[in-house]
Ligand binder design. Structure first.
Ligand SMILES: C[S@@+](CC[C@H](N)C(=O)[O-])C[C@H]1O[C@@H](n2cnc3c(N)ncnc32)[C@H](O)[C@@H]1O
Length: 276
C-alpha cells in the first residue's frame, strides 16, 4: 500500500479536518470503536459486495474507510490487476493494508474533489450521514464513477436502536443524549433514507434499497461497540447535563450484561448505477 497525501486526488495539505465530525479521532479507543463497528456490519456488507459482482481488475473507491476491513476485502477481491483507493479524514488507521493495489489517501469529502469517471464501484458506509451537505457529497461520489459504474451507500435509520424485550425505555435516555449530540454535529439519524432520495434525484439507473438490522447480545464484541460509542460521547453529554456519570456507568453495566439483548440501528443499503 502507498499512503498518499492527495497526490492524485486534489491535494490540499491544509486539509480542513472535520472539526465538527462528532467522534474524537485522537481518542485512544477510537480504532477499537471502529473495529467493533466492522464486526457488526461487515458480514452483510460483504454479502452485498459479492452480490454486486465485484471482480478481478475492478477499480474501487472506499470512502471513509475507517480501520479498513472492507478496503482489505476489496483489495483481495480485485487482485493485482485491480486497485482500491481508500480515503478517510484519518488514513493512518489503514497502515496495516500493505498490498500493492491499495492506496490510502487523506481526504475530506466535504472540501476535496475526487477523480472524475475513475471507478467501477464507489462504496461508503456510515459516512455520508455525518455530513451536513449530503446531496453534494453523494453527487461527488457519483461523479467519481465510470459510466456504468456502481454506487453502494450504507447509512442508518437509528429508530430501532436499543429496542429490547427489557422494556420500552431500555437505554433510551442515553440514546437520546448521544444522538442529540451527534445531530448537533451534523449527523442525520435517518441518513439511509436520504441516500435513496439522492440516488433517485441524481438520475442513477437500477436504483434499489433495503435495510438490515442485527440483534446484539450484551457483553459481546458487538455490544462493545455500543459501549465505546457511549464512552466516546460521555464527556460531552455529561458536561452538557444530558445524563449523569452514574447513569452512564449503569448503562455500560447493562450493555455488558449477557442477559440483555437489543436491536441495532437499521443499516440501509442503497445501490445505483451511473448511466453508460
Ligand atoms: C462511522 S465511521 C465508519 C467507518 C467505516 N466506513 C465503517 O463502516 O466501518 C466514519 C468514518 O468516516 C470518516 N469521515 C468522517 N467524515 C469524513 C469526511 N468528511 N471525509 C472523509 N472521511 C470522513 C471518519 O474518519 C471515519 O473513519
Amino acid at each position: 500500500m502507498s499512503v498518499t497525501e492527495g497526490a492524485e486526488i486534489a491535494a490540499d495539505p491544509d486539509v480542513a479536518r472535520a472539526a465538527e465530525y462528532v467522534f474524537d479521532q485522537s481518542w485512544d479507543q477510537e480504532s477499537e470503536r471502529l473495529r467493533t463497528n466492522e464486526a457488526i456490519w461487515d458480514p452483510g456488507t460483504i454479502e452485498r459486495l459479492e452480490r454486486l459482482g465485484v471482480a478481478a481488475g475492478w477499480s474501487v473507491l472506499e470512502v471513509g474507510a475507517g480501520t479498513g476491513s472492507i478496503a482489505g476485502w476489496l483489495a483481495e477481491r480485485v487482485g493485482p490487476d485491480g486497485r482500491v483507493v481508500a480515503v478517510d479524514l484519518e488514513p493512518s488507521r489503514l497502515d496495516w493494508l500493505t498490498a500493492a493495489n491499495v492506496e490510502a489517501v487523506r481526504l475530506d469529502l466535504r472540501t476535496q474533489e475526487l477523480p472524475a469517471g475513475a471507478f467501477d464501484l464507489v462504496h461508503s458506509r456510515m459516512v455520508v450521514q455525518h455530513l451536513a451537505d449530503r446531496p453534494a457529497a453523494v453527487a461527488k461520489l457519483v461523479r467519481a464513477l465510470k459510466p456504468g459504474g456502481r454506487l453502494f451507500l450504507e447509512d442508518t435509520d437509528s429508530l430501532s436502536l436499543f429496542r429490547s424485550s427489557a422494556g420500552e425505555d431500555f437505554l433510551q435516555d442515553v440514546k437520546a443524549a448521544g444522538y442529540g449530540l451527534m445531530r448537533r454535529s451534523g449527523h442525520e439519524p435517518r441518513g439511509g433514507h436520504f441516500d435513496l432520495d439522492a440516488a433517485l434525484e441524481l438520475g442513477l439507473e437500477e436504483v434499489a434499497a433495503e435495510g438490515r438490522a442485527v440483534m446484539v447480545h450484551g457483553g459481546s464484541r458487538q455490544a462493545r461497540h455500543y459501549m465505546l460509542w457511549l464512552e466516546s460521547l460521555r464527556p460531552r453529554i455529561v458536561a452538557e447535563g444530558l445524563v449523569s456519570e452514574a447513569r452512564v456507568d449503569e448503562a455500560l453495566r447493562e450493555m455488558a450484561d449477557p442477559g440483555h439483548r437489543w436491536l441495532s440501528q437499521v443499516l440501509i443499503s442503497t445501490f445505483g448505477r451511473r448511466a453508460r
